[in-house]
Design a protein around this ligand. Sequence first.
Ligand code: PLP
Length: 358
Amino acid sequence: MRIHNFNAGPAALPLPVLEQVQRELLELPRGGMSVMELSHRSKEFEAIRDRAENGLRKLMGIPDDYTVLFLQGGASLQFSMIPMNLLGDGISADYIVHGSWGQKAFKEAQKEGNSRIAATTKEFDFKRVPHQSELDLDPNAKYVHLTTNETIEGVQWAEIPDTNGVPIVADMSSDILSYPLDFSKFGLIYAGAQKNIGPSGVTVVIIKNDWIEKKSGLATMLDYSTHAKDQSLFNTPNTFGIYMIALVCEYLEKLGGLDSLQLRAQQKSSMLYALIDSSSFYHGFAETESRSKMNVTFRLPNEELETKFVVEAVLAGFAGLKGHRSVGGIRASIYNAVETESVRELVSFMREFERLNG
Ligand SMILES: *Cc1c(COP(=O)(O)O)cnc(C)c1O
């Protein structure tokens, strides 16, 4: 039996997509073999790669002057590849750090080039994003890096900040495809697929074309221009992952696209925040204005009750609610594929748990 899946990543995938994968696993429609047995150099696979790219382009409204890449190494490798490709002598980058992933991105950037912190909320335990007035931006920076949604803390930008025209590089691993974007602010967007796009093992990078340049001295595989030139087929990509991205995009399009997913995320997260706000038993981790619509983080009165909550939740059919070890508490990850019904059931479970233990 499939249970309510609140895993942070890898995470829930849409059931209709999994069923389609199951139907097509032994033999693709008119393909004669599994997608995992196809050559990545075949016409058939090229068509699948195109479907994944076009699916993302259509959903997100990606402009023509941006290239879509399907890479490996996770979002974590992008922490290094971005500064390796974009920085150089006399070129520096600004980092806005408001959570664990942004902190990691900055740490790697420091190894590769000149980078500075333009704002951090570390002294507030990463419970919120910085206010616009707290940003100390360098007008000459090549880019401003930020994490649109900090998965571990459950902290998200309600609005993308103004960077005075300096292009934003955004780690969107945990909230990509959950609201529409204005691409004119962004130079590069990246996301590990395993939260909102597909299975683990493939990373989506969307980069503006005039940032793709062959860089001398850089390892071939770490150079964006290598992958751009060969449409992500320079070496063997994660063919199965790319196939699933195509199916997920086609499914999300049928659900009504990003406007309707944004509304759904709003509705699902409000159900949980309304309960948290009306209770003195549950305490939200993030400050109200920075609350995430993808990862809802909260605490109970003590750690003993938190452990009990997680154990009883598992018995009641709810997986993945234990918070990240660095923050503790509870985290309900409610990505696109988590059904409203699962959230409703979780809210009932939480009410009952409070009644019995509060
Ligand atoms: C999960 C996550 C990562 C790490 O992704 P990997 O693909 O495991 O490297 C990075 N940034 C954010 C915001 C994440 O949620």
